[in-house]
Write a new protein. Structure first.
Length: 56
């Protein structure tokens, strides 16, 4: 007898990171808080997976 197939959980792309798993933040320096560039890090909404569970 063949093993039973399990259905994968339904997921959708994370709206915060658009499915990439990374988000960019502006880096500010100095007393006047000048913007000098951007730094990337993992998305806290999906913890870097790029997908969140779909609401059924």
């Amino acid at each position: 007898m063949a093993p039973r197939k399990t259905a994968k959980p339904k997921v959708k792309p994370c709206p915060t990171c658009n499915g990439t798993g990374e988000v960019s933040r502006t880096v500010l320096v100095g007393r006047k808080r000048r913007a000098v560039g951007q730094q990337t890090g993992i998305c806290l909404g999906c913890l870097g997976a790029g997908e969140i569970p779909a609401d059924d």
